[in-house]
Design a protein around this ligand. Sequence first.
Ligand code: IPM
Ligand code: MG
Length: 366
Amino acid sequence: MQLKIAILPGDYIGPEVMAAALPILEAVLAKGGHSLEYSFHDIGGAGIDNHGKALPDSTLAACQAADAILFGSVGGPKWEKLPPAAQPERASLLPLRKHFKLFANVRPGFLPPALMDASPIRPDRIPNGIDMVCIRELTGGLYFGQPKQTSALDDGDVEAVDTMVYRKSEILRIADVAIATARARGKRLLSVDKANVLECSVLWRKTVSEHVAATAPDIALSHMYVDNAAMQLVRDPAAFDVIFTENMFGDILSDEMAVVCGSLGMLSSASLGDITNRHGQPFGLYEPAGGSAPDIAGQNKANPCAQILSAALMLRHSFGLNAEADTIDAAVKKTIADGIRTGDIAFGGASVGTKEMGAAVLERLA
Ligand code: IPM
Ligand code: MG
């Protein structure tokens, strides 16, 4: 297979973790006899600095021509003086998601027993680790709803508005992704909303209930309010399997899931939509979802695992290369099981640098 990938390393730790992940991707593909063609493009702060735009036209064109996007991370203090709507995150990642209609965000949360000490949860509450996945709606809700603005009022006050909007059709298409995910796992689906307060959540709950009843009687569906879900996720994270929610709630709960699973530096993600690539597989954007970590950038400290695992998700979802993806996942798990940790996930564990962690994973590719 011939893979054509647009690589968008971005800012702060983005390029560092990307550099650690690429040799692993190359090695796995070379071994399988696949050819990898990739090119690097500026995004986020790097786009602003080098092209005057967080999402440069040349970057968008390169993404358009690729089978998949491997994304690093964007944003940071260097650009915080820019107007809010011009910030790297809002002006690059969000338009990319919207442009390619990447409405389904898949975030696996996995705590292997070997990483138990890295989780803030007491080990006796998670004797078998954690294995869950968060399906987050990614192109609707508060992130994109209009109006979205700040205005000076006649009475001298200032008012800001964000708008939460969901269409039934948007809920249905993400529900299908959640159902398929649950079907491939424990056939349990937890839908999270705030239906005791929000109209969007009332529609969400009704739509999901009816859709599961009509199309997926094999799936055990349950519902939870988001505040309760946030609490249950620290109280008993092992009880979760597939958690499924709207954009803003998913942003918050997936960070919580990641840290309960040991580290934001382990949080990989796939963002998918309806567009297919040259191989007839879903076009997607793959990114570590833990952020650009300006505080540890440039120090060879960041955990590259989320970037490496995102590359594996890319092989799985956009190329159907499941064996290759499994090989990468297994090498990361083995590296962790061998006690190798970078600074940011070691709540008390041994420590190596970003490059060394990448090299350790590379060595363990079976
Ligand atoms: C994420 C991030 C983004 C989001 C930011 C960088 C815009 O936090 O992918 O979770 O809020 O979606
Ligand atoms: Mg987030």
